[in-house]
Design a protein around this ligand. Structure first.
Ligand code: 5GP
Length: 192
């Protein structure tokens, strides 16, 4: 069986990566599995442990780093986020294409470690719109919102690290474009 592809979906916090991913859940064409990350961030209202994230403590996260259990990890606005390696390998070995929804520091680590990963960066239509989306979540205090916005400005400068850029003006359209990119990439790989 052919090993599944690793797909990095990245872009600033609030750009709509999660919303776009929800469109993929309905798609059978992509043979996709989603990698659930570990984080030390507290759950937002409605988030479920083991579904949205594996919520954990800093001690346990640091132990996972030491054990080499993570494919990549990063500190983002005061919390750790990371991708459990074992599960990604298991899914890829089953032939599934694995989607990582991660920020830029982690995306760069994955590209170094897995140069054949397909990387896609999602940009907002404008920085004002990004701010509106971050504020629209109403889940964080002003201080954290400001930190996420500052981080977003920095992340936007990392565009050149990615193979494809997609603007998320409309999430359904962005999801369709990304689906086309993934399918075409798989086709090109198969014909190599
Ligand atoms: P949030 O707190 O908004 O859920 O996530 C903050 C940022 O961390 C987002 O850009 C999100 O995509 C990213 N993120 C989520 N999981 C991971 C992960 O496993 N690794 C890395 N590097 N970033 C992640």
């Amino acid at each position: 069986m052919k090993r599944g592809l690793l797909i990095i979906l990245s872009g600033p916090s609030g750009v709509g990566k999660g919303t776009i991913r929800k469109f993929f859940e309905k798609s059978t064409k992509l043979n996709l599995a989603y990698s659930t990350s570990m984080t030390t961030r507290k759950p937002r209202v409605g988030e479920v442990d083991g579904v949205d994230y594996f919520f954990t403590t800093r001690d346990k996260f640091e132990q996972a780093i030491k054990n080499g259990d993570l494919l990549e990890y990063a500190e983002f606005v005061g919390n750790y986020y990371g991708t459990p390696l074992k599960e990604v390998n298991r899914l890829r070995d089953e032939g599934k294409n694995v989607l990582l929804e991660i920020e830029v520091q982690g995306a760069i680590q994955v590209q170094k470690r897995c140069p054949d990963a397909l990387s896609i960066f999602i940009i907002p239509p404008s920085m004002d719109e990004l701010e509106r989306r971050i504020r629209g979540r109403r889940s964080e205090p002003e201080e954290i919102i400001q930190q996420r916005l500052a981080k977003a400005n920095h992340e936007m400068k990392m565009i050149k690290e990615y193979k494809y850029i997609v603007c998320n003006d409309d999430p359904k359209l962005a999801a369709e474009l990304i689906e086309t990119i993934i399918l075409r990439h798989i086709e090109l790989e198969e014909n190599k």
